[in-house]
Design a protein. Structure first.
Length: 133
């Protein structure tokens, strides 16, 4: 995710106390965000999240494509990229799409979500549990 002002501008890192974010070289000259856990890997249910308004997307299918790579141990939990649609009177998740992240080399991964009229907010979630970087 490119962020010229700093690695986490517009994002929240949750459940990852002591982790650090670095900007590194990504694919085709883009900058990438690297998240480094305080220990060997993210053991807590750590997540990187960003929220986007969804009102203008009602009735459409949204596709999020990202170039990702993950360093993880074979038997560790599997990190994932998720797209969630939240809304309604309690802000509950109305729909979600998930893609597991297994590639150790840069590769494209996508998630698609149909945005219904009940969805107020789209939340991009990178579940980091099990990742070393």
């Amino acid at each position: 995710f490119e962020a010229p002002e700093g690695p986490l501008v517009g994002w929240r890192l949750l459940g990852a106390s002591g982790a650090r974010a670095e900007t590194i070289a990504g694919v085709e000259g883009c900058r990438a965000l690297a998240l480094v856990p305080p220990g060997e890997r993210f053991d807590e249910p750590a997540r990187l999240t960003a929220e986007l308004p969804a009102e203008s997307l009602h009735g459409r299918r949204v596709r999020l494509t990202a170039q990702v790579r993950v360093e993880r141990e074979e038997r560790a939990a599997v990190p994932s990229l998720q797209l969630r649609g939240a809304g309604g009177p309690r802000g509950w998740v109305q729909a979600r799409a998930r893609s597991v992240l297994l590639a150790s080399a840069w590769s494209a991964t996508s998630v698609e979500l149909d945005v219904t009229s009940e969805v107020d907010t789209l939340e991009v979630v990178v579940d980091l549990q099990g990742a070393r970087r």
